[in-house]
Design a binder for this molecule. Structure first.
Ligand SMILES: Nc1nc2c(ncn2[C@@H]2O[C@H](COP(=O)(O)OP(=O)(O)OP(=O)(O)O)[C@@H](O)[C@H]2O)c(=O)[nH]1
Length: 195
């Protein structure tokens, strides 16, 4: 989501809850845009403090091709990033497409690293209102890690998300399409829920 909130964050809940990573961008030739970033970074730091999983944040100083008009030093950008514990890069969307691409790859890698770390800390688990899978209902003392701390979920049923090896690819057809011979199909990873 490109927030496009020039004067600072407006209603940030609309992206905070579903985003996996945040790229906060200012123009190195515009001090005001840099100051605007501070508001975003403050909100993201606060959000990450209370979140179960921290979402990676990257601070980007754009328009390095406008070096002559620079108003924000690289040191200031770097210091702000360190203050918020996020990565910092200077880029030019205009001149260096590959650098921008690299930054997006870095963002994805950060998300993957976080996902791997959290899967090492606790097994993949999700709460379900349905009955637990046969054989999985005796897992000892399941505990849900929530924003507000650790809560026992012994009164709830739960299932493990199948590992990739256990999951099966299934092909389904929409009921409308089933009557047609060459119906379009949709391949899903069985065992995963679509919300
Ligand atoms: N010189 C230079 N200009 C750039 C660069 N990136 C974007 N611009 C220019 O900056 C202006 C704003 O770019 P946008 O992509 O619209 O930036 P934005 O912050 O998303 O702005 P909104 O569309 O209002 O949300 C445009 O005129 C772009 O051409 C860059 O790396 N160098």
């Amino acid at each position: 989501m490109d927030t496009a909130d020039q004067e600072g964050p407006v209603n940030p809940e609309r992206y905070l809850h579903w985003a996996h990573v945040f790229l906060v961008v200012y123009s190195i030739d515009n001090k005001k845009s840099f100051e605007g970033c501070c508001k975003y970074l403050d909100i993201l730091s606060q959000y990450n403090k209370g979140a179960v999983h921290e979402s990676p944040v990257l601070l980007l100083g754009n328009k390095v091709d406008m070096e002559r008009y620079r108003q924000v030093s690289k040191a200031d950008g770097s210091a702000l990033a360190s203050h918020h514990g996020c990565l910092f890069r200077e880029v030019s969307a205009c001149l260096d497409f590959q650098m921008v691409q690299k930054v997006f790859h870095e963002a994805v890698l950060e998300v993957r690293k976080d996902a791997e770390r959290s899967s090492l800390i606790r097994p993949p688990l999700y709460i379900s209102e349905e009955r637990a899978l046969f054989g999985l209902s005796n897992i000892a003392s399941p505990v849900a890690n929530t924003k507000h701390g650790m809560h026992s979920v012994s009164t709830l049923t739960y299932k493990e998300i199948p590992s990739v090896a256990q999951a099966k690819l299934v092909t389904v057809k929409s009921s409308r399409a089933q009557s047609k011979r060459k119906a379009p199909t949709l391949t899903l990873l069985k065992g995963f829920k679509i919300f």
